[in-house]
Design a protein around this ligand. Structure first.
Ligand code: ADP
Length: 623
């Protein structure tokens, strides 16, 4: 049979049918069918001379062209089938099914066979009907457009379509414009539709779609002989369309799975229960260090990949997968091709069809394990540093103690020296001033006792004896320290003024330690002022009541008119921070720790118009 672009051409069809007609002249019954088909094909092709020739030879042909009944059955027309056409459809639909190609073939065959001007293929989806293709004939042949649009009154007579769907009967209209049932349909009126053929596409009693054909040039355009062929084509197409759709769904699913495998985000491998791995993506191969060739030659197997200590895990997972279809993800290690180990997490699932094959999803944990190791390392390091710090702290505390001894004992020794020299001077005086000598010796005794007290306290601290708790009158403690520092004050030319508040509560604490603080602050202030050249050098000591979070307490401020801390008020409390050539830098830090140990607070600020204020609070009762 002659074909054009793989499809039967009407002219060729007409010639062939005529040829058959002559060849089967004696088989009258069949010959009548072919004669009718040939006349019809010539008619459609427009070969009027040929039609006239046939009609003259066989006048019955014109009379035979009866209007087909809309409900004419397949059985009645089966003898009229063009077997070649049906075979063609059959063959085309039994090959590899590609939906678009199938639609193309169905539409072209339908249009050619029916001699339709226009045709629509409507496919049913999930509760919807959508136009899948539209074919139109023109002088250039058949133009096919693949669509996916909803059914609408602008595309076809909906009344015809819904009649077919409702009654499950095909509709053939010889002249739609005159049909009492459908003439009023807006589409039929607007497009002056004449011949209509609307065929159900059913597959195993399930609606696959509808084939709609129309011809607006002539009534009775669809020959009854062709309608039978079309019905068979439609039946075949319905079946194939359904299959093609299933194939397409499977192909879409397959493509999605392929995408997952080829995306190479995680390792994926297909396995058999005998341990062989017959398919794997690149990531999996990279994890285990094998190449594709190894896989092809069957050299990759679970047994070789799994270290002995993990065998029980994989066996348990396989048993679980066999029973339930999947195994919970678990961590294990693989032995790579180069014998190194790689940590992985793996999940298994068996294929639905056979529980002896399945797929494994594998994630390389190397980076995570390294991160964990790093974290553990840094934890270890952190604890080490903490230990080192604690050690350094102890060393610093010892240093601090040593410095503190030197610092605190230095004061009374220096004062002793001063007083001893003074005593010598009074003794050498003419006449010697015994009273003054006596007073100087008294101060020496006090200083010596003080030095002894300090050393005893420090010894106590070293021995970890609990701090002494006694009632300390802060004003009295201050007066005593002022007396001790008189010589220092005189040397630096500073006047010492006090504003001590009455009725202050007594402090519960260590008198010596509190006096150590006061002594430090006073000496610091006097030393600072000894460097100033402008203005009077005044040391002002003020006490007052303080109401802290821990109840009533005292507030002490040591104010001087020296150069002040400047930018160093925060640094000044750091151990070993000093700006003095012979300084130790321990005074303020020790003061702060003593005040803290008594539950108080010590801080520094600027004095106005110049100088520094170092002040502290102490709660009356320690919590
Ligand atoms: P040092 O024994 O070196 O004086 P301190 O801890 O007592 O150590 O003081 C640290 C530093 O704080 C001092 O070197 C000094 O620079 C500064 N400083 C302390 N008291 C005062 C003050 N009243 N006025 C100005 N600077 C001060």
């Amino acid at each position: 049979m002659a074909r054009q672009n793989g499809f039967i051409h009407i002219e060729a069809l007409a010639n062939e049918l005529a040829a058959r007609f002559f060849a089967h002249r004696r088989l009258d019954k069949l010959a009548r069918v072919y004669r009718q088909d040939a006349r019809y094909a010539y008619l459609r092709w427009g070969a009027d001379a040929k039609v006239r020739q046939l009609e003259e030879a066989f006048p019955h042909l014109r009379a035979e062209e009866a209007a087909p009944s809309p409900t004419s059955t397949m059985a009645a027309s089966v003898e009229r089938l063009d077997l070649a056409t049906v075979m063609k459809v059959s063959q085309a639909t039994s090959g590899p099914i590609v939906l678009d190609a199938l639609i193309d073939m169905v539409m072209r065959t339908a249009i050619e066979q029916a001699g339709a001007q226009r045709g629509l293929l409507i496919l049913s989806g999930d509760d919807t009907l959508r136009i899948a293709a539209e074919a139109t004939t023109s002088a250039d042949g058949i133009a096919l457009r693949i669509h996916d649009v909803p059914v609408s009154a602008t595309m076809l007579p909906e009344s015809v379509l819904y009649h077919v769907l409702r009654t499950h009967e095909n509709v053939t209209l010889n002249d739609a414009a005159e049909d009492p049932l459908f003439a009023a349909d807006p589409y039929i009126r607007q497009h002056c539709v004449r011949s209509v053929l609307c065929l159900l596409l059913m597959n195993h009693a399930k609606l696959t779609g509808v084939l709609y054909l129309e011809n607006n040039l002539a009534p009775r355009a669809f020959s009854p002989a062709r309608i039978a062929v079309l019905k068979l084509v439609a039946a075949q197409a319905a079946n194939s369309l359904e299959n093609a759709r299933l194939y397409r769904d499977i192909a879409t699913r397959e493509a999605k799975i392929r995408r997952l495998v080829d995306a190479n985000i995680i390792g994926i491998a297909s396995w058999r229960l005998d341990g062989s791995i017959f398919e794997a993506n690149d990531v999996f191969l990279r994890i285990v260090g094998y190449d594709r060739e190894d896989l092809v030659y069957g050299q990759v197997s679970w047994h070789d990949l799994t270290p002995p200590e993990f065998r029980h895990l994989i066996e348990r997972a396989e048993a679980e997968a066999r029973q339930t279809g999947r195994a919970q993800p678990f961590e294990k290690e693989y032995i790579r091709k180069d014998s190194s180990r790689v940590p992985v997490i793996i999940g298994l699932a068996t294929f639905e069809a056979s529980r002896t094959e399945g797929v494994a999803f594998v994630l390389d944990l190397t980076e995570r394990k390294q991160a964990e190791e790093k974290f553990r390392d840094s934890e270890r390091r952190y604890r080490e540093v903490q230990r080192e710090l604690a050690h350094a702290n102890r060393v610093a505390t010892m240093g601090q103690l040593a410095a503190s001894i030197a610092h605190e004992v230095n004061q009374p020794i220096a004062a002793t020296l001063t007083n001893a020299q003074a005593a010598q001077r009074w003794l050498n005086a003419q006449p010697p001033n015994i009273d003054e000598v006596g007073r100087a010796l008294g101060r020496i005794v006090k200083d010596a006792n003080r030095a002894g007290d300090v050393l005893a306290r420090i010894r106590g601290m070293i021995k970890q004896t609990p701090p002494r708790r006694e009632r300390v009158d802060i004003n009295a403690a201050i007066s005593e320290v002022i007396e001790l520092t008189q010589g220092e004050a005189a040397k630096s030319g500073a006047s010492v003024q006090t504003a001590l508040a009455h009725g202050l509560p007594c402090i519960e604490g260590d008198r010596i330690e509190i006096q150590q603080v006061l002594l430090n602050l006073l000496v610091n202030a006097l030393e600072a002022m000894s460097t100033t050249t402008d203005g009077a050098r005044t040391l002002h000591i003020v006490t007052g009541a303080a109401e802290g979070a821990d109840g009533p307490g005292v507030h002490v401020a040591v104010c001087d008119s020296g150069p002040g801390f400047g930018q160093n008020s925060a640094l000044a409390f750091d151990p070993f921070y000093t700006t003095k050539p012979a300084g130790l830098g321990m005074g303020l830090s020790i003061c702060r720790s003593i005040v803290h140990a008594h539950g108080g607070r010590l801080w520094a600020s600027a004095n106005l118009p110049r100088g520094a204020i170092v002040q502290f609070t102490l709660p009356a009762k320690q919590v």
